[in-house]
Design a protein around this ligand. Sequence first.
Ligand SMILES: Nc1ncnc2c1ncn2[C@@H]1O[C@H](COP(=O)(O)OP(=O)(O)OP(=O)(O)O)[C@@H](O)[C@H]1O
Length: 245
Amino acid sequence: MSNSAKLEEIIQFSNVRFSYDRGQTLVLDIPKWQVHRGQHTFISGVSGSGKSTLLNLLSGITAPDSGELLVLGQRLNDLSARALDRFRAQKVGVIFQQLNLIPYLSVLDNILLAAYFANKTQKSKLKTDLQHKIQQLIEKLNLPISILSRQASELSVGQQQRVAIVRAMINEPEILIADEPTSALDQQSKSAFLKLLFELVKTTNCTLLFVSHDQSLVEQFDSVVEMSTLNQIAEQAENGALNVY
Ligand SMILES: Nc1ncnc2c1ncn2[C@@H]1O[C@H](COP(=O)(O)OP(=O)(O)OP(=O)(O)O)[C@@H](O)[C@H]1O
């Protein structure tokens, strides 16, 4: 890959402000922030510093009150609700702490649903087209193929986490957002999970944004962002300016 391709900015924040109550209580105030394609960013910060809110803005779940936020060159505010859903499904993979698999569906249907939202193709057609890709990902993540027919609610947490990676990666997203995905794992499973995650994002040149409180993971990332540096509201809180007694 050339250096210029490596430095392509795929996330750009400029004077982005966000509140949950129409500007009365600012939660985020980010003057400047860029993320380059292929960058693996670790985001940390104390509880309440705005990490989840930041991820919600990035995936278009919420919109800024003001400022400019570009994701893959696209101003998310300019998209209709439908176009935004499509954009999110195609370009941004998400793994949440709670994993959010649909418990009564099979593993295969959980994965197909994500593919279906991104392509709007008939589910039966998708099934044939994607079978090979799903099998490859399942094997890569050291899961047995037989897991595809099992109901999501029957899986162990470790299995659910790997299925959540498959679901997040099935549409080959350009950005992968992971919000505390290892919090329920012991040290050994955590290392195995991260190894697999990194293998996948590196082979697909996917940009990774990973939120965690676990500082032992930091070394594996090429960029570390502390909310109190990024977000002026978190910085003020840390300095005691917003403390409530
Ligand atoms: N839906 C909401 N409505 C109103 N305020 C909210 C909402 N969600 C979060 N907040 C507030 O926004 C601030 C940032 O919350 P956020 O969940 O983004 O922090 P966080 O860094 O992800 O915290 P944690 O590490 O505890 O998950 C907090 O003050 C929180 O109380």
